[in-house]
Design a protein around this ligand. Structure first.
Ligand code: SF4
Length: 437
């Protein structure tokens, strides 16, 4: 069979990060002032992370004898099946494309994957042949021209992650992928060493999509690093695990093998961690293994506000110490903040913004608390969610009635957070070399 995988929709598509926020996507919109617009454009241009799942599906389908083409903004040639990864932030364009294909190409089947179609299949009514809810690999292993799935299928999570083939990036524009400014070396390719998370922060989509926490063996991860270095000359990798350090012993073993096999020569990597899962010794060891960037969720300075979101707060002194230590070592930090958590007030948000400036990390992302369908937060707030347009669930728009903050205030605080953070003398002095490189 000839199968088209949609990396970028033909025609109109929102300029969004689709393979972020657990696959729901993100649409950066800092605000309307000139400074806010500059930040929006810069943010959108810096990073280009490929859809990891498309690399996996390419491998699986080709191994099963199918011909795979990647649809990257071009009008697709005749194919038997088109697979569209669905997101919340570009759902209208995805729906429009699926409808058009259904109308114009009667013989072409359409399959939808991704969390949004999984939780909101009705949105796509009449314009798909099948929807896969959950990790799609298990369904794609058995697709043949005589056995194309139909309807709504719940796909079981992959039990043995080591059994998956490595993603095939041959048909992708590898040189365009980037994880700047956290990782500066290119080509950059993503690796997923584990799926799911043992924590249950109520706003997070990862535990919802991946269900249980599963991990690959360190040896299998090392083989993939060797593979991307040899085949694609990769010089860096972002480990896309929701939380790479969930199992610290395994994370250290991976670092140990990277050093042992000398894979850290001309190769750097970054990963997501909670700051209470690392210490100076771990940082030193990871650094030796090539770690040059951490993504960390700070979310809010107020422990009680975090607890209310089912997030376990981290000791502030330890948090400060770890960030300071990383800075000393030359490890870039991307810190994430959530504004408008349920118990937030104008005062608590201002405190969080001041704290972010004190930490002064290379990247600081201020998102508006967004109840994604399928998450516990969505269930909790469903009577307060007034936004009917799914594409407004961008992480930059208020979508529910907040008890302590008006929409106007929240938008104002978000814009202020971004602009006052980045257009700051202390920020420029600390990071100008990296941002100008
Ligand atoms: S620790 Fe991170 S990945 Fe895990 S549930 Fe919380 S926000 Fe999500």
């Amino acid at each position: 069979m000839k199968i088209g995988l949609v990396e970028r929709l033909p025609g109109k598509s929102n300029d969004v990060g689709k393979d972020q926020m657990g696959g729901y996507g993100i649409n950066t919109q800092v605000g309307n002032s000139i400074f806010a617009r500059i930040l929006t454009i810069t943010k959108k241009r810096k990073r280009r992370i490929p859809f990891l799942i498309l690399g996996y599906l390419t491998s699986i389908l080709q191994n099963n004898g199918h011909e795979v083409i990647i649809i990257n903004g071009n009008e697709p040639q005749e194919v038997d099946l088109i697979i569209i990864p669905t997101t919340i932030v570009d759902c209208k364009n995805e729906l429009k494309f699926a409808k058009r294909i259904k109308k114009e190409r009667k013989k072409t089947k359409i399959g939808l994957i991704g969390p949004f179609a999984g939780v909101k299949p009705d949105y796509y009514e009449g314009c798909y042949d099948f929807i896969v809810s959950g990790e799609p690999e298990n369904v794609f292993f058995s697709i043949t021209d005589k056995k194309i799935p139909e309807g709504y299928i719940v796909s079981k999570p992959v039990k043995d992650l080591d059994s998956l083939p490595f993603p095939d990036w041959d048909k992708f524009q590898v040189n365009k992928f980037s994880y700047k400014p956290i990782l500066t070396k290119k080509p950059m390719l993503p690796i997923l060493t584990s799926r799911g998370c043992v924590y249950k922060c109520d706003y997070c989509a990862y535990p919802v999509y991946y269900k249980t926490y599963r991990k690959r063996s360190p040896e299998n991860v090392i083989s993939e690093i060797k593979y991307i270095k040899k085949k694609y000359n990769a010089k860096s990798s972002i480990f896309r695990d929701p939380l790479f350090t969930c199992d610290r012993k395994r994370a250290k073993k991976i670092a140990e093998l990277i050093i042992k096999e000398q894979l850290n020569n001309d190769f750097e990597w970054a990963c997501e961690t909670r700051l209470d899962l690392i210490d100076e010794k771990t940082i030193d060891f990871f650094y030796e293994a090539g770690l040059r960037g951490f993504n960390v969720g700070i979310e809010s300075i107020e422990p009680e506000i975090l607890k209310n979101a089912d997030r376990i707060p981290i000791n502030i002194a330890h948090q400060n110490k770890m960030i300071e230590y990383c800075h000393k070592k030359g490890i870039n930090i991307a810190a994430f903040y959530v504004l408008g958590l349920e118990k937030d007030t104008e005062e608590s948000i201002k405190k969080t913004i001041s704290y972010a400036k004190k930490l002064n990390t290379l990247v600081a992302q201020f998102h508006i608390n967004t109840p994604l369908p399928g998450t516990p937060l969505f269930e909790k707030l469903k009577n307060d969610i007034y936004e009917k347009d799914w594409e407004k669930f961008t992480f930059f728009n208020p979508v529910f009635k907040h008890k302590n903050l008006s929409n106007k205030k929240l938008l104002e605080l978000k814009e202020k957070a971004w602009v006052s953070y980045y257009f700051r003398f202390k920020y420029f002095i600390k990071h100008y070399k990296t941002i100008l490189s």
